[in-house]
Design a protein around this ligand. Structure first.
Ligand code: GCU
Length: 429
């Protein structure tokens, strides 16, 4: 496994890491990303159905009362930190915009402001919501954060554009200049035409994607945690907490059924959606789009990005403790199939893209596959008998679903078509 120790990371990267941790010897060397299947080491995955004390988990009750809490805690202690808690009586939301004839009359477009520490103005986030006009009663809703601001998701000049303090995206551009630039990822028309609502929020309004000092965005609102503790919530945890607040904010919105909410995310926000769905069981289903390392991809495969590299590049995403596993992923007491298993028996969709080797499509598939025994134990049809990674553009599965779309790291109409089919099967539409 020569790739493990070959590359010394650049000086600026070391300084970047060193400013967050004391003498991080583990950060001195990181491996090249591995794209060679022959270099995937032999590994043994932790068994989600064997408890830490060796007990075999044979009943849904044992899973629910013993093993699930244990796995959830292992993810908290070793990877994401505690799921944040804050004074929710200070989180307020209000509808600030409602346009009844958006998308050519197909939808009502709303904006909902969330104040995370009311009556203070900051931190705050604006949710962009489309609700289909042609509906009988309340409809299911996708909640999916966006990467660059709500104005990037559509050309509609009516959608508010905000300058976000300390945002790491679109530096040097005014929000107006970025309008519509990510619209190909947001199939609003298709989604509402199929009878679904969709809510999106700019993730950096919850917390900037910037630092490990945990003083920005919603982080200072978290209570009862020691900032030096191993399990202090890191930034993915903060974003995930924010998505739960988006769900809260939709509670009384006309036309939206929050009991039928699907949390979805692409890439780092796919990691976030998985962690959110694992913790907040109000979400009826979860979608991971190209979430890769730290999301759906198995860490032990050491393919594509890899744990040491993600920690060096994004030291604020995970706990301090996770950084210790960079060169010894075999010692992780969990792997990412167990993150999927935490969602069981709720439906989960894991999607990959053929050119997105950085995110390890095979490792994403194998996570879905290795979560199947937990779904089966809970009486679910799980992966529906799938055992092999399918060809490109061939969606497979049942309650657990998977596809590998042709193309690059992205969210496309093909992906949305599959997510809508998935939602139809869950909500029997
Ligand atoms: C980087 C990072 C990935 C992440 C991706 C994204 O490529 O290495 O882990 O998923 O950014 O969020 O787009």
């Amino acid at each position: 496994m020569s790739f493990l120790t070959t590359k010394t990371i650049s000086l600026p990267a070391i300084i970047f890491c060193a400013s967050f941790f004391v003498a991080p010897t583990y950060a001195q060397q990181i491996a090249e990303p591995n794209y060679d299947e022959a270099k995937v080491p032999e590994y043994v995955l932790p068994d989600p159905l064997v408890a830490e004390d060796g007990t075999k988990i044979e009943t849904p009750e044992q899973w629910r009362n013993k093993r699930r809490p244990e796995i959830l805690n292992l993810f908290k202690e070793n990877m994401f930190g505690q799921f944040p808690e804050a004074d929710l009586s200070k989180v307020k939301s209000e509808e600030t915009v409602s346009v009844p004839d958006a998308l050519g009359g197909k939808a009502t477009r709303k904006e909902i402001k969330i104040y995370f520490n009311a009556p203070n103005e900051q931190p705050q986030a604006t949710v962009l919501l489309y609700v289909p006009n042609d509906r009988k009663g309340d409809v299911p809703v996708f909640i999916m954060p966006n990467f660059q601001g709500i104005q990037t998701t559509t050309d509609d000049p009516g959608v508010s554009a905000y300058k976000v303090e300390n945002s790491t995206h679109n530096l040097g551009k005014s929000p107006e200049e970025t309008r519509g630039l990510a619209k190909s990822r947001w199939a609003f028309d298709m989604i509402v035409s199929r009878g679904y609502a969709i809510a999106t929020v700019f993730y950096e309004e919850i917390e900037p994607d910037a630092s490990r000092n945990f003083t920005q965005g919603v982080h200072p609102l978290f209570t009862n945690y020691d900032a030096n503790a191993d399990d202090y919530p890191a930034v993915i945890g903060a974003w995930a907490w924010g998505l739960s607040r988006v769900l809260d904010s939709l509670e009384n919105v006309d036309g939206v059924d929050t009991k039928k909410a699907i949390v979805a995310g692409h890439s780092r926000l796919g990691k976030t959606a998985l962690w959110c769905g694992a913790n907040d069981e109000r979400f009826a289903a979860v979608i991971s789009n190209d979430s890769g390392c730290g999301g759906a991809a198995l860490s032990r495969r050491q393919f594509g990005e890899r744990v040491d590299r993600i920690n060096a590049s994004f030291p604020h995403w995970f706990t301090k403790k996770f950084h210790e596993y960079g060169n010894k992923v075999d010692e992780l007491p969990i792997d990412q199939h167990e993150l999927i298993a935490l969602i069981a028996p709720r439906p989960v969709y894991v999607a990959s893209a053929s050119e997105d080797l950085w995110a390890d499509p095979k490792g994403e598939f194998l996570s879905a596959l290795n979560a199947d025994p937990v779904y089966r134990l809970l009486g679910s049809d799980g992966f529906g008998g799938v055992t092999e990674q399918p060809d490109v553009d061939t969606p497979v599965g049942a309650t657990i679903r998977y596809h590998k779309r042709t193309g690059k790291h992205d969210v496309t109409n093909f992906d949305w078509e599959q997510y809508l089919n998935f939602a139809d099967s869950i909500f029997k539409k």
